[in-house]
Design a protein around this ligand. Structure first.
Ligand code: SAM
Ligand code: SF4
Length: 457
């Protein structure tokens, strides 16, 4: 396969050039079109990415907020990562796990240790995990990952496990599918080949094309639920955001399935990083613009924000389009059991506990969701996309958010969170437009209060 067909660098540069010549009227017309919630093409996205005028930026942010609420309502899905290993044979210059970092406390958890971590996470009230590991053919082979998934599903109350791991062959993806992976997540880091080469000087991650085509091998293995993204700060964000959108469009054209999620990791200081200064700093204002442009271009794609970002910014980004957020995260293997700063991948910015984060989300009027229904109801891939594109998903999601949040409040919520959460649930119930769905949701809430669990649409 000619991978230049997937990412055409010349075309991206051309789009950036053309985008910068758009007039104010043209940009405002694109923003109006975006508010219809049917997405934008690459040319339109490029014009929005080039906006610097504060007044137009303001309209852009308002439009993103409008579309987010139209498609996702006030919901925000909560998850947390579980790092199973920090051993890695690659040497990504920016990462604390890189092989050249001799100071890192290396550790690969056994399956039992992984389950113990998952149990601590469950105790905090989580239902959704992102399993993360370094790439080491011996220590983090496919068996390490599949055994972890099987054991966590069997021995804990975790209901969905997404995986962020190195690209693999179709055969290994099939094994991941068999053990019930949720989303397979892989970031290209940067789509700019030359920069990619500099950032990944050795190890198997050197191979740009093998990484770029990973999601197609996953699709071939039957995993139609995939997440992509770039590590913001490695190269010009405008290039990398457009490339991410180009990759997404390629998948949509070829397989009729776009990314389930796009993540927006921004480069953080890491233990013994070989990068002392961020090569292409992405300012907070530009970061917000990136989230807004993703939201407007791909209204039905989830946007994931992690604890890499500060409390203030995370709270602001919620309104702009973020639909999933990690909470209470640790980036070292075994981190939920014991603290070890010398084993972490990068510094997190938001150290708040889940319960505290839920309070802030409630205070902002957003509805935390612990829902894992789609994947268990087989609403993935094309089936999910069709629903999501028609915004029907919104109806089920609101009810599922209410039910799972109620469960969480009853089982894990502090008094303050309970108080705030119940007010929010009352408000969210009133927003259900379909009378029948409203009645069933009320009935199920009652059943949950009486002790039933895991009810979903
Ligand atoms: N080892 C696998 C890989 O590289 O794809 C999967 C796990 S890796 C720990 C997950 C992601 O962490 C990487 O794709 C990268 O985007 C992100 N990451 C690495 N170093 C980072 C840093 N210093 N700041 C923020 N994110 C970072
Ligand atoms: Fe290893 Fe992934 Fe870190 Fe690169 S980003 S050093 S592959 S863990």
């Amino acid at each position: 396969m000619n991978t230049h067909e997937i990412i055409n660098e010349g075309k991206i540069h051309q789009l950036i050039k053309e985008g910068s010549t758009s007039t104010k009227e043209e940009v405002l017309a694109i923003i109006e079109k975006a508010k219809e919630g049917h997405g934008l093409n690459l040319k339109e996205a490029a014009s929005l990415l080039m906006v610097e005028d504060p007044e137009i930026l303001n309209s852009l942010m308002e439009a993103a907020q409008f579309v987010k609420e139209k498609i996702y309502g006030k919901r925000v899905v909560i998850f947390t990562p579980l790092y199973t290993s920090n051993e890695c044979t690659n040497n990504c210059l920016y990462c604390g796990f890189r092989v050249a970092n001799k100071h890192l406390h290396r550790k690969t958890l056994t399956t039992k240790e992984i389950v113990d971590e998952a149990k601590v996470i469950v105790e905090q009230g989580h239902k959704r995990l992102l399993l993360v590991c370094g790439e080491d053919p011996k220590k983090t082979s496919i068996n390490h990952i599949t055994e972890a998934l099987e054991a966590i599903y069997k021995e804990t109350d975790i209901r969905r496990i997404n995986v962020n791991a190195a690209p693999m062959e179709v055969e290994d993806f099939k094994k991941l599918k068999e053990v019930g992976i949720g989303t397979y997540q892989i970031f290209q880091e940067t789509y700019h080949r030359e920069t990619y080469g500099k950032m990944h000087p050795s190890g198997s991650k050197k191979d740009y094309d093998y990484r770029l085509t990973a999601i197609e091998r996953a699709m071939e293995a039957g995993i139609d639920d995939f997440g992509i993204g770039v590590l913001l700060g490695l190269y010009d964000y405008r290039f990398d955001v457009l490339a991410t959108l180009m990759h997404s469009q390629y998948m949509d054209d070829k397989y009729h399935v776009g990314p389930h999620t796009i993540s927006v990791p921004r480069l953080r200081p890491a233990n013994d990083s070989a990068i002392k200064e961020v090569p292409y700093e992405v300012k907070d204002e530009d970061f917000k613009k990136v989230v807004a442009v993703y939201r407007l271009t791909l209204p039905y794609t989830g946007i994931i924000l992690s604890t890499r970002e500060s409390v203030e910014l995370r709270d602001a980004l919620l309104s702009l389009g973020v639909s999933q957020m990690s909470a209470g995260s640790k980036t070292n293997p075994g981190g939920y059991g014991e603290e070890d700063k010398e084993a972490t991948q990068f510094e997190t910015s938001d150290e708040r506990k889940l319960d505290e984060i839920l309070q802030v989300i409630c205070q902002q009027g957003y509805l935390p969701s612990f829902c894992t229904a789609c994947y268990r109801a087989n609403r993935t891939g094309e089936a999910f996309m069709n629903l999501a594109k028609e915004a029907e998903i919104h109806e089920f999601c609101q009810s599922n958010a209410i039910l799972t949040f109620k469960e969480h409040l009853l089982d894990y919520g502090s008094d303050t969170t309970n108080e705030q959460g119940n007010v929010l649930i009352e408000k969210a119930l009133k927003e259900i437009e379909n009378d029948r769905l409203y009645e069933i949701t009320l009935q199920r809430l009652k059943e949950i209060e009486e002790g039933k669990r895991d009810l979903f649409f």
